[in-house]
Design a protein around this ligand. Sequence first.
Ligand SMILES: Nc1nc2c(c(=O)[nH]1)N[C@H]1C(S)=C(S)[C@@H](COP(=O)(O)OP(=O)(O)OC[C@H]3O[C@@H](n4cnc5c(=O)[nH]c(N)nc54)[C@H](O)[C@@H]3O)O[C@H]1N2
Ligand SMILES: Nc1nc2c(c(=O)[nH]1)N[C@H]1C(S)=C(S)[C@@H](COP(=O)(O)OP(=O)(O)OC[C@H]3O[C@@H](n4cnc5c(=O)[nH]c(N)nc54)[C@H](O)[C@@H]3O)O[C@H]1N2
Ligand SMILES: [Mo]
Length: 739
Amino acid sequence: MTAGETSRAGGEVRIVRASATFDCGGRCPLRLHVKDNRIVRVEGDDAPEPDQLRTCLRCRAYRQMVHHPERLMYPQKRIGAKGEGKFARISWDEALETLAGELKRVKETHGPESIFLATGGGYLAGLHNPGLAAARLLNQFGGFTTHYGNISSEGAVWASLTTYGSVMVGHSRDDLMNSKLIILWGWDPARMISGTNTMYHLVRAKENGAKVISIDPRYHDTAVVLADEWIPIRPGTDTAVMAAMAQVMIRENLHDQAFLDKYTVGFDKFADYVLGREDGLEKTPAWAAEISGVAAETIERLAREYAATKPAALMDCQGPARSAMGEQYNRCAATLCAMTGNVGRPGGSAGGGLMGIPVAHMFRMPGIPPGKNPVEMKGPKIKGTLDIRDRVVMRVHINKIFDAILEGKKGGYPADIKLVWSMCNNYLNQTGNSNKAARALKKLEYLAVNELFMTPQARYADLLLPVTSAAERSDLTRPWPSGPYYIFINRALEPLGECKSDLDIAAELAERLGIKDFKPFSDEEYLRMFMDQDPEMAAQIKDFEKFKKEGVHRVRLPEPIVAFKEQIDEIEKNPFPTPSGKIEIYSQRVADMNHPLCPPIPKYMRTPEDRFDPLAEKYPLQLLTPHPKNRVHSELYKVEWLREVEPHRVWINPVDAEARGVRNGDEVYVFNDRGRVAITAWVTERIIPGVVCIFEGAWYSPDQNGVDRGACANTLTNDAYSGGGASVLNTALVQVEKA
Ligand SMILES: Nc1nc2c(c(=O)[nH]1)N[C@H]1C(S)=C(S)[C@@H](COP(=O)(O)OP(=O)(O)OC[C@H]3O[C@@H](n4cnc5c(=O)[nH]c(N)nc54)[C@H](O)[C@@H]3O)O[C@H]1N2
Ligand SMILES: Nc1nc2c(c(=O)[nH]1)N[C@H]1C(S)=C(S)[C@@H](COP(=O)(O)OP(=O)(O)OC[C@H]3O[C@@H](n4cnc5c(=O)[nH]c(N)nc54)[C@H](O)[C@@H]3O)O[C@H]1N2
Ligand SMILES: [Mo]
């Protein structure tokens, strides 16, 4: 059907070019068929090969989310106990008056630092970006406290900055066609999206003859589809295996010494560690086998194959790095990429775990800048990620938000938090230790939540403000830095119910707080301005109306983008953005930090709640909590079509299941000292013995006995962070028993 045609049921159907704004790494161009202010059908990109950006399963179910019967449609205030979920409808007038009053009260009684702004990645577009709007409002109001640290990837960010001085360490995905060997090291892009067409390019690379090896505790979907070999590994032990691969390469002289001499510093110190000259312990394959469960012969073979096959792409990512020593895995992966001379080469890779392409400045999110935060301007400056410990002074680590609410200044946090204004996140559900988070939310004086759904966090609110979905707004967006394309979201629907965008909520609140001219322009005027003022976008997109009509602007790349190609082609002219100008296998900056958990060269180190922790006697299983294919974190949880895709289950190996009398489909408890979840068991050899897996994002839903019937992974995880700032969401010991 094309625009203007009549549908079978009669009535005009419009086709609107738009996109969802999820935090998934991709961005599907969508054609929304709209009739009577309802999306009646969703179609994807209609560009021919090879341009077509393939639509994901989540976007195909988009209309069930937008029109879900449980969408919040009007403002509400709490009438029951905190967390009980009892609310009464109120007017926008009352809602905004109350929130304005609470903000003033808390600022006057406790100071602006007692106001905490909790934002997240739920809406990744520029104009209506909730965090930007609220930060701008609160800055003008007197300031606020907030969090620092990327919950997704702080380990990888730290590793990339340490090693390369840049976070743009990826290649455009079409460059996979140039690889002869692709190692998926903790990377499963069939499920998570590292750029909309990543799987398409991986399949083409495979057809082109590339060998694909997957190293993961799970035999995941990408491995099922593509891998020639699956190398199962125990969680948190990748760095040991990588160090042993380096040992094999050095012993057999397989590494690229000329490359190391020219482009890196500190390889000798890493070699001292690997060969045991530093600590008397040689990092042999036998040593790594004992730790990781990967056979010594496999490690040797892998080292030889990776060193000999050129070019080869070692693709490490962020999942294994979201753990107690996570950054070491990305640091060591980058070191192997340098040892094999694969950095800056087509078909190679730089490691570092982030995969952002170095033209990402083209894909900066346009938006209204939030200005300066008076609360932060008072205190010590927040420095770069490398100085992570100093940053704690004025902000709260993202995995410590709830601990900060509970402990306040006495606990070493920058403020006694009294009021939280939350939007675009569901951190009760999505950061470590949900039971503790629930206690913290009960302790608050006031919690206001802008939301589309009654999420677990929204249940604890004193005030609920209903927000529009991306289908109800016009905006500009783009994928994560993997592109390369821009998207114009045309508004498909009039706002449903009484919903408003966060920007419009902030603007109305501004009036009540005496802040003038908060949103002087219309949406359309703003979007035009963003495009004109962004030099890269203005250079790309000449015709605003055409872009709007087509909904997508594809950036033509003359050739695949390769991170650090300039440096490798001509290091004299183009040094790496590190202090030494080279790839820092040894980092003096890290050495100067003198942090016991941040060695200046990558190292395997033991951690709390690893397999050797005495706690393993009580809780012998390691818990993995990867991202769900049928949701984006906790978003889309209510969508029935997507629930059918994959029931929420705990993966458990037959060896572990039998030892506990558990059969496939049984109800089980998974538990540790932090909490207990009830969930169905999936007994499968797709996960190794000693490890269980619960996908993150299922909604926390404790019963009267404190058993989480929703089986949220974070009921079991820890609210700690690593030396480099990674949230330790993949380091938790648990036990399983039949329910
Ligand atoms: N469908 C969907 N896509 C998403 C998201 C989503 O929620 N849903 N979320 C998006 C976001 S915000 C992010 S940050 C990215 C996250 O993307 P990633 O960080 O890549 O994803 P994860 O699912 O956490 O983990 C990736 C893989 O690491 C493996 N793994 C875990 N621990 C270890 C280990 O110690 N060693 C090894 N070798 N492997 C290990 C897991 O089994 C999993 O297969 O995904 C994005 N894409
Ligand atoms: N155990 C475990 N936990 C994890 C992870 C893991 O690997 N394991 N991964 C972590 C990662 S990488 C991430 S990025 C985080 C994600 O953590 P969150 O950002 O908290 O996750 P979401 O579930 O995406 O929550 C986004 C919320 O924003 C709402 N929303 C959407 N659009 C809008 C809007 O326009 N305005 C407002 N006000 N709200 C909106 C959605 O309804 C949803 O409730 O989760 C982390 N949690
Ligand atoms: Mo993330």
